[in-house]
Ligand binder design. Structure first.
Ligand code: FES
Length: 286
C-alpha cells in the first residue's frame, strides 16, 4: 500500500513523478478510481438497434456494451464464464447471441447462458445455466446520448456524479434541439503513457499548444492562426479557461466559444452556424 502523503502538494503546486510510474499507485487507481467511478462507454448512436454491440474498456477490463430488445443498454465483462476465454473479438457489430470460440457456450444479448454444447453428455443435464450468465456491469446510465458504466453498485447516480459538469456537457450536447450523434468510425489510439498525462493535457494544459503543435501548425500554414504565434510562448492564454473543481471533473474552454474554429480552413460555415444558433443556445442554457 503506497503512502500518498507527500506525493502531491496542492499548496506548492507540485507532484512527485512517482504518481506516473509506480505500479503500486496504478493498482490502487484501478481499484479506487476505475473500480468506483462512472466511466464513459459509448455514444447511444453507435448502437441504435437491438443486438448492436460495442467493445470498450473499463480500466483494464474488456467490456461489451449491448443494446437490448427493449431498447435499454447493458454492459458485460467480455469474458466467457466457462473458462475465461475472451468472448467477443470484434470491436463492434450486431449479434443475436455471442458464442465462445473455445467450447461453444453461447450467451444471449441479455447475458444469459443459452446454449451449452454436449449438455447431456458433458454435464448429465445437471448444469444450472442461470448461474453462468455473463458478469454484468453493476450500473449503466446515459446522459443525453453519452452512456457510462460503473462497477460500484453503491456509487451515486450518474446525474449526481456529473454534478455541475452537466451544464458544461449541455453546451456541447444540448445547446440545440435534436440531440447528438457520432458520425463516422471511432478512432482508437494506444498511448504508451500513464493515463493521467493525457487527462491533464486536455483538461488543464493549454500552455503547450503553440510549442507542442508547432509542427502541425506550420504544416498547414494556409490556416488562419489569429491569436496564436507558432513556436513561441505568445499563445493567447487570455482567450481560454481551465475549469476545475466540478466534483472531480475539469475541462478547457474558449471564452468566446468560437476562437477554436479559427484553425479550420473554410470555417465560415461553422462560424455562421454558431452565430445563427446562439439565441437558441442562450434560451436553452441561460
Ligand atoms: S471458455 Fe468459453 S466455452 Fe469454454
Amino acid at each position: 500500500m503506497t503512502d500518498h502523503a507527500g506525493l502531491v502538494s496542492a499548496a506548492g503546486a507540485v507532484q512527485r513523478r512517482q504518481i506516473y510510474a509506480d505500479p503500486a499507485v496504478y493498482e490502487q487507481e484501478l481499484e479506487r478510481i476505475f473500480g468506483r467511478c462512472w466511466l464513459f462507454l459509448v455514444h447511444e448512436s453507435q448502437i441504435p438497434q437491438p443486438g448492436d454491440f460495442f467493445r470498450t474498456f473499463m480500466g483494464e477490463d474488456d467490456v461489451l456494451v449491448v443494446r437490448q430488445k427493449d431498447g435499454s443498454i447493458k454492459a458485460f465483462l467480455n469474458t466467457c464464464t466457462h473458462r475465461g476465454n475472451r468472448l467477443c473479438r470484434a470491436d463492434r457489430g450486431n449479434a443475436r447471441a455471442f458464442a465462445c470460440n473455445y467450447h461453444g457456450w453461447a450467451f444471449g444479448t441479455d447475458g444469459a447462458l443459452v446454449n451449452v454444447p454436449l449438455e447431456k453428455d458433458a454435464y448429465f443435464n445437471e448444469i444450472d445455466k442461470t448461474r453462468f450468465g455473463l458478469v454484468e456491469v453493476d450500473q449503466v446510465a446515459s446522459y443525453k446520448g453519452l452512456v457510462f458504466g460503473c462497477f460500484d453498485k453503491n456509487a451515486p447516480s450518474l446525474s449526481e456524479y456529473l454534478g455541475d459538469m452537466k451544464w458544461y456537457l449541455d453546451v456541447w450536447l444540448d445547446a440545440q434541439p435534436g440531440g447528438t450523434a457520432l458520425i463516422g468510425e471511432t478512432q482508437k489510439v494506444e498511448l504508451m503513457t500513464n493515463w493521467k498525462l493525457p487527462v491533464e493535457n486536455v483538461c488543464g494544459d493549454g500552455y503547450h499548444l503553440g510549442w507542442a503543435h508547432a509542427g502541425a501548425m506550420k504544416a498547414v500554414q494556409s490556416m488562419d492562426f489569429s491569436g496564436f504565434t507558432v513556436g513561441n510562448a505568445s499563445v493567447d492564454l487570455e482567450g481560454g479557461l481551465s475549469i476545475a473543481g466540478l466534483n472531480g471533473h475539469s475541462l478547457l474552454a474558449t471564452v468566446d466559444g468560437v476562437s477554436g474554429y479559427s484553425f479550420y480552413p473554410d470555417n465560415a460555415g461553422i462560424l455562421r452556424y454558431l452565430e445563427q444558433n446562439r439565441p437558441t443556445a442562450i434560451e436553452r442554457l441561460g
